[in-house]
Design a protein around this ligand. Structure first.
Ligand code: BJW
Ligand code: ZN
Length: 290
């Protein structure tokens, strides 16, 4: 008979209760309720361009001004967004005392996020109290961070929340807004190389500290170990089309572990999951984690 994933909360809670090593693999859907656009589907356009084609080393090499304007937009959006109930529910799991009541058998918990918006870090800060502090090592941002700015030459990296990151990016944004407001046809604003963000050490061009297609994932050796030991994997708000993140859940199942998918719609691998909680993860995660 065809396998049908369960959506039974009691069954899920029993698995959660017994799990020893829990991982979460999160994607853009985790931040959707915070107003951050996803990559594929309805949210996946910036101006008239496809977000996916801008997140590549080739796009940056060809047109650093365009790619920086895209990341400027993403940075400003993330700065103005707030973590949602799903970020908070996961941040609470990274507080050992809270986790002990939700998943009493658990020895480890790790949130592996593909998101670069920093909202999980901010959710962790939001749930910190004098008595309870989330374990900072529980969060792994495998595709890097929007606010890391890295030199293309010497790799010097700074965490920079400046808004705008440099004057030219702010100006270009305003010029574009004016065009839109005037109902004009969108023109491509080109910022000269010397006006793009520069390295404070060697003055070379910088780039966003994120992982683009074809680039290696610095955290991968560490992630492989976590995936290898995991006996429960929650897959939250990802289309599971991008490797290697997409294969983590499948690897956990191969090793005899369980997989629970939280997504508004079917994504790659939903049909073979043990659980599928269909709906916004900002509703379903807090509900399932109780
Ligand atoms: C909701 C919701 C709500 C909405 N609640 N849900 C093996 C086979 C073939 C190819 C490869 C392979 N291994 C590696 C590759 C190459 C490549 C790859 O995967 N290619 C493809 C198959 C497409 N991978 C790489 O290059 C990776 N590097 C690597 O593996 O290095 C070694 C190597 C290199 C080359 C060859 C072989 C090995 C690096 C991947 C880097 C991805 N980078 C990006 C950009 C990051 C910076 C930035 O943000 O700008 O990461 S691309 C983009 O996709 C971004 C995302 O993190 C990532 C995943 O997207 P995500 O999060 O799943 O978003 P969406 O939009 O696709 O889905 C949203 C989901 O949410 C949907 O399902 C909605 O339904 C749902 N949703 N609202 C719950 N409220
Ligand atoms: Zn430098």
């Amino acid at each position: 008979p065809r396998h049908i994933p369960s959506n039974n909360i009691q069954e899920f809670r029993a698995i959660l209760h017994a799990a020893k090593h829990i991982i979460v693999v999160a994607g853009a859907g985790l931040s959707a309720a915070s107003g951050i656009p996803t990559f594929r589907g309805a949210g996946g356009m910036w101006r008239s361009l496809d977000a996916m084609s801008l997140a590549t080393p080739e796009a940056f090499a060809k047109d650093p001004s365009l790619v920086w304007q895209f990341y400027h937009y993403r940075r400003e959006k993330a700065l103005r967004a707030e973590p949602n109930a799903a970020h908070v529910a996961l941040a609470k799991l990274s507080i050992p005392s809270v986790r002990a009541s939700i998943a009493p058998s658990s020895k480890t918990f790790h949130l592996i996020t593909q998101n670069v918006d920093g909202l999980s870090t901010r959710a962790a800060r939001a749930v910190t109290t004098a008595q309870e502090t989330p374990d900072a090592s529980a969060l792994l941002e495998m595709h890097g961070r929007l606010f890391d700015v890295r030199c293309t030459k010497c790799s010097h990296t700074t965490l920079d929340f400046s808004s705008p990151l440099c004057q030219a990016l702010g100006d270009a944004d305003r010029a574009h807004e004016d065009e839109v407001a005037a109902g004009k046809k969108e023109t491509q604003i080109s910022i000269p190389l010397e006006d793009l963000p520069k390295c404070s050490v060697c003055n070379s061009l910088t780039r966003p500290g994120v992982v683009w297609f074809g680039e290696s994932i610095p955290l991968l050796p560490q992630l492989d170990k976590l995936v290898e030991q995991a006996d429960l994997c929650l897959v939250v708000g990802t289309s599971s089309l991008v490797q290697p993140a997409a294969s983590f859940a499948w690897q956990v199942q191969e090793n005899g572990g369980r997989v629970a998918v939280f997504n508004v719609e079917d994504s790659l691998g939903t049909d073979t999951a043990d659980f599928f909680f269909q709906g916004g993860c900002e509703i379903e995660l807090p509900r399932a984690l109780g």
